[in-house]
Ligand binder design. Sequence first.
Ligand SMILES: Cc1ncc(COP(=O)(O)O)c(C=O)c1O
Length: 387
Amino acid sequence: MNRIVKPSKRALNVAPFLAMDMLREAGNLAAAGADIVHMEVGQPSGPPPRLVAEAARKALQSGTIGYTEAKGLPALRERIAVHYTDTYGVSVDPAQVVVTTGSSGSFVLAFLAAFDAGARVALTSPGYPAYRNIFNALGIEVADIETSAADRWAPTAEAVRNLVSHGGLDGLLVASPANPTGTMLMPDTLSALADTCAENGIWFISDEIYHGLDYAVPKATALSTSPDAIVINSFSKYYCMTGWRIGWMIVPPSLVRTAEVLAQSLYISAPTLSQYAAIAAFDATEELEQRKAAYAGNRAFLLDALPGIGIKDFSPVDGAFYIYADVGRFTNDSFAFAQKMLGEIGVAVTPGADFDPHRGHRYVRMSFAGTRDEMERAVTRLKDWLK
Ligand SMILES: Cc1ncc(COP(=O)(O)O)c(C=O)c1O
């Protein structure tokens, strides 16, 4: 008798990433000729910066695109270290920089380097779904810190202390600006969270992927106050390089060799062509600031237009390019709501269940990383549809 082969329990524990499912569905509809406005996935719609494309062309013409060392090209790691001095006045040793396949690659490396199976790590809810999904895949328990609109969706040191004393904790992961809320942590909140982790001997991981995309509050890196933090960043968002799959993390000296050893066997090295191109991204500030100004324009347009069509509850959109909106007056099932919206008016958004398994059923996330024309078309279509 044949034994039936099945996926692992660990893998079956991983929930679908609904934003990616919506991306696939919206892509299928667009391929079949539908006119879709994409607000489902957080990615800049334009090309990479001119200097990035030129650097990639030059690297291609130069011949071999071989492996790099596991932590990444020394020239890129040095450039990333300089970025910390220039942007935040923080000194980083290039030896502490690990280049990865997007920040997604950093998550797997950092989580494996810092936590054993069975560890317990705190995350804010709502939050970026892949954190929870990767933790589930690795057998790491998630402890939720439920935030709310009333407290600007920001976690507090008190909530972390509470989890430490009730069940114990091995780490805390925060993002500022956050996905899906756009919330940015004030520098004193960030340092209070880092201090709480240090006092309790637990890892502090700071996802800084949306740095550069701040509209109202100045950005702060966890490294300014916490040299033991693991800081994760990427070329995907501010630098407009999602598909190049290139990111990085800064790890404390105690984790450098561990991260390197894991990287050697998990993926050998990050994409080499993208690494050459990424060096040039730091010189593309003029072009990138123009993109940021366009997001700021989209943000202002939507913050003004959405209340007029009945989408009134969202806050605070300090940074990133998302609006996390309460659509509870229209639906109690934002997944069905998003599907219907896509099918009937061709506007793709992400259901809140992706970010908050318990309360997300009354929220949707709208990305304003597209063009102004797309934002205007979305509002026009939604206006009639929501009536
Ligand atoms: C908060 C956050 N972190 C990390 C990522 C992963 O990005 P990447 O792997 O492209 O760097 C995303 C993508 O949307 C995100 O929103």
